[in-house]
Design a protein around this ligand. Structure first.
Ligand code: AMP
Length: 420
């Protein structure tokens, strides 16, 4: 152990566990890559004001959870707490929306940072895969994203998740509802902080998890009753498209989510085996965000799925992903001359696309073979001086235990065929 440990609320991804993370990222991004989404990568930090304006000045993310820093040059930066604002900023900066092909569909994968109280499923450094479809107002796009996330989870074998769906209205109907709701909330018995929230973002009071608050919210005016006709029609089309695709969802009027930029469609994926941190992913439409960060009107929709919680969901359902061994051949040299010859062969095999590892260091045959077994490789190539003098190596099938001599100049061809 070194003097140092990973900072509080963070953990390292190390083999073999890390392979599950890669497989989950792959499974989540797969449906996106096959549906016209292009890969985008943005910096790990941004101008702090991008998040303050984009995510919302009053949100927990901005007021309590951002890692902010001042550079030596005096710039105020923040480690990214989420992906949407950065991706939209990048798309605007590169004028992707002017290239004529709307929506601009992008996916990303990376690390995000929130100064939160750490617990199982909630970390200060976590990993998301996300998708954004920028510049089109079309219920099919909202439905597409929900369907692709559903497909991703199902392809991993997950079954015990639910999709919660809501509409938050638009700039026509939401302000009207907001006032009606504020009138109701001001009459309740609430603490100071919640009272402040009524004035800043009353919809988020509906999301309060405390039982004593929820009790008082019975009979609160409903957003569904205040949606304008355009929002109602849009929402019912999203619902119809999901139903037609066979994707089950639950209407959840209380779903507001912790970011201010959402309009109309919002959704969350919750998993029933995760305790209090049950949201494995979420997203929605953010028609006003582009203008909020100084861009043109670009109605958009997106989601982010948490990789850490998806891995926890797999564990909760007892799912072990079928991850093939990283290498298919392990070469074991016996003696100095064999090292040189076999190492050359390993390089040839790798060049030919055969995933191969090598027994390094002066070890006994027994400990080399132990490492060969541990590697999960299907074949071991064993060579000693005598074999080499005859121009041979021994090829051992680790599954059947069978061993056969094979001519040195046939090894690459043979193993390429076997591991194809
Ligand atoms: P949000 O942007 O808060 O909607 O987050 C989207 C998803 O990212 C959530 O559903 C979680 O799966 C994941 N996530 C958010 N915050 C954390 C965190 N602190 N630790 C682990 N996962 C997180």
């Amino acid at each position: 152990m070194s003097t140092f440990k990973a900072p509080k609320g963070t953990f390292d991804l190390i083999p073999p566990y890390s392979a599950t993370y890669l497989a989950v990222r792959d499974a989540i991004s797969g449906p996106l890559r096959r549906s016209g989404y292009g890969y985008v990568e943005t910096p790990g930090f941004e101008d702090v004001n991008l998040f303050a304006r984009g995510v919302g000045e009053s949100t927990d993310i901005v007021t309590k959870e951002m890692y902010t820093l001042t550079t030596k040059g005096g710039s105020e930066l923040a480690l990214r707490p989420e992906g949407t604002a950065s991706v939209l900023r990048a798309a605007l900066e590169a004028s992707l929306h002017k290239q004529g092909n709307l929506p601009v569909k992008l996916w990303y994968s990376g690390s995000y940072y929130r100064y939160e109280r750490p617990q199982k499923g909630r970390y200060r450094h976590f990993s998301q895969v996300g998708a954004e479809a920028i510049g089109a107002e079309d219920p099919a796009l909202d439905a597409e994203l929900i369907i692709l996330a559903d497909q991703a989870y199902r392809s991993l074998g997950l079954r015990n998740f639910r999709i919660l769906l809501n509409s938050l209205g638009d700039k026509e109907c939401r302000p009207v509802y907001r006032e009606v709701l504020q009138g109701f909330l001001r009459g309740l018995d609430l603490d100071e902080e919640t009272r402040r929230r009524i004035e800043i973002n009353p919809l988020r009071v509906l999301d309060d998890k405390r039982a004593e608050v929820q009790k008082q919210l019975v009979g609160a005016p409903s957003l569904a009753d205040h949606l304008c006709d355009a929002c109602k029609a849009y929402h019912s089309e999203v619902r119809a498209l999901l139903t037609a695709a066979g994707v089950a969802f639950e209407d959840d009027e209380k779903l507001v989510r912790g970011l201010d930029y959402y309009t109309r469609t919002t959704f969350e994926f919750v998993h029933d085996g995760l305790g209090s941190q049950s949201a494995v992913g979420g997203g929605g439409r953010y028609d006003g965000l582009s203008e909020m960060i100084g861009g043109p009107a670009l109605p958009s929709v997106g989601w982010a799925l948490g990789v850490d919680r998806t891995v926890l969901a797999l564990e909760a359902e007892g799912i072990e992903l079928d991850i093939p061994p990283a290498t298919s051949v392990f070469a074991v040299p016996l003696g100095e001359e064999a090292r040189r010859v076999l190492f050359g062969l390993v390089t040839e095999l790798r060049k030919a696309g055969v995933a191969t590892d090598f027994g390094y260091g002066a070890k006994s045959l027994k400990s080399h073979m132990k490492n060969a077994h541990r590697s999960g490789a299907r074949y071991a190539l064993v060579a000693g001086e005598r074999d080499l003098a005859e121009g041979l190596v021994q090829l051992k099938d680790m599954e059947t235990g069978e061993q056969e001599p094979i001519a040195l100049d046939r090894v690459v061809e043979e193993l390429r065929a076997k591991s194809a």
